[in-house]
Design a protein around this ligand. Structure first.
Ligand code: SIN
Length: 300
């Protein structure tokens, strides 16, 4: 059922699924009143993923909205295999955007890809979990969308942990996972990386498999991405079997919600308790999205 947070006139309409809500009555193109920001924060904490439809935003707006929640984080390192407009990152043109706005797109202009991830499926993952202090949130805004395909799925990692069978919960007690930095969620090798000979040699940050959300204090499964993940201290085969079991559980459809994009949609999600993925789409269609990342802390 939709609720209205009266003082700010913010309407929160839950998806009815395991997570996500629409926020209505908020124009993100102008400065937000403190009551509005407070209402958005409350809804975000309750629903983990928020959707704002019908927005008309510049990159400066996107960065300003993101800064309502924290400090901006760098865009991730780009894939190595195609020509990009910048040495390390796919970025937007303004001096600030060049650092912070990641362009996600399949569009190629004059032989140069304007963004990352192409039209491929992007597998379940948490953004940049391979760094020591992964971003707490991501904000994704749609500028061009295909007629179909390219839906983005989200899954609730509080729920995944709360429903984990006791035997699996016992097996991950006190364990960490190493999160692979070498490949992006579309499987592309990042610039400056080589493939590890096997998952036990993966390069990337280690984080506890069960993390505590620093604001809600709730515990969530924290898996990052499946490819090349490794649980230090376990023989490789045992690590693989345990990770397979955890992933099979965490990505069950009952923990998920899917976003079907319309032009002007902005989605805000909490990387500390949510994973996401994207469906492939027609490579001949155009899809252009701009994303910011908001700095987070070391998971504990
Ligand atoms: C991502 O942030 O991983 C991409 C999501 C999308 O393109 O829908």
């Amino acid at each position: 059922m939709a609720t209205v947070i009266e003082r700010a006139r913010v309407m929160v309409r839950p998806s009815g699924k395991a997570l996500a809500a629409d926020i209505e009555g908020v124009d993100l193109a102008g400065p937000l009143a403190s009551e509005t920001t407070a209402a958005i924060r409350q809804a975000w904490s309750d629903h983990l993923v928020l959707r704002f439809r019908g927005q008309n935003l510049s990159d400066d707006d996107l960065m300003r909205v993101s800064r309502e929640l924290g400090d901006l984080d760098w865009a991730p390192i780009a894939a190595a295999k195609i020509k990009v407009p910048d040495e390390d990152r796919y970025i937007d043109g303004t001096p600030e955007g060049r650092q912070y706005v990641m362009v996600i797109s399949n569009v190629v202009e004059n032989g140069v890809a304007i963004g990352q991830l192409g039209a491929y499926e992007a597998i379940w993952h948490t953004d940049m979990s391979y760094i020591a202090e992964p971003p707490m949130a991501s904000v994704l805004y749609s500028l061009e969308v295909p007629a179909s395909g390219g839906d983005t799925g989200f899954c609730n990692m509080y729920l995944a942990l709360e429903t984990l069978p006791a035997e699996l919960r016992r097996q991950i007690e006190g364990r960490a996972c190493r999160h692979d930095a070498s490949r992006n969620s579309a499987g592309e090798l990042r610039r400056g990386f080589v493939d590890a000979p096997d998952a036990s040699q993966t390069v990337g940050a280690e984080h506890p498999i069960v993390r505590t959300h620093p604001e809600t204090r709730r515990k969530a499964l924290f898996l990052g991405r499946r490819r090349n993940a490794y649980i230090p201290g376990l023989p490789l085969a045992e690590s693989e079997a345990l990770l397979d079991a955890l992933w099979a559980h965490a990505t069950k459809p009952e923990f998920t919600w899917y976003q079907q994009w319309k032009l002007g949609d902005l989605i805000l999600w909490d990387n500390r308790c949510v994973m996401h993925r994207r469906d492939a789409f027609d490579p001949n269609a155009r899809r252009v999205m701009h994303r910011t990342q908001i700095k987070g802390d070391r998971p504990y």
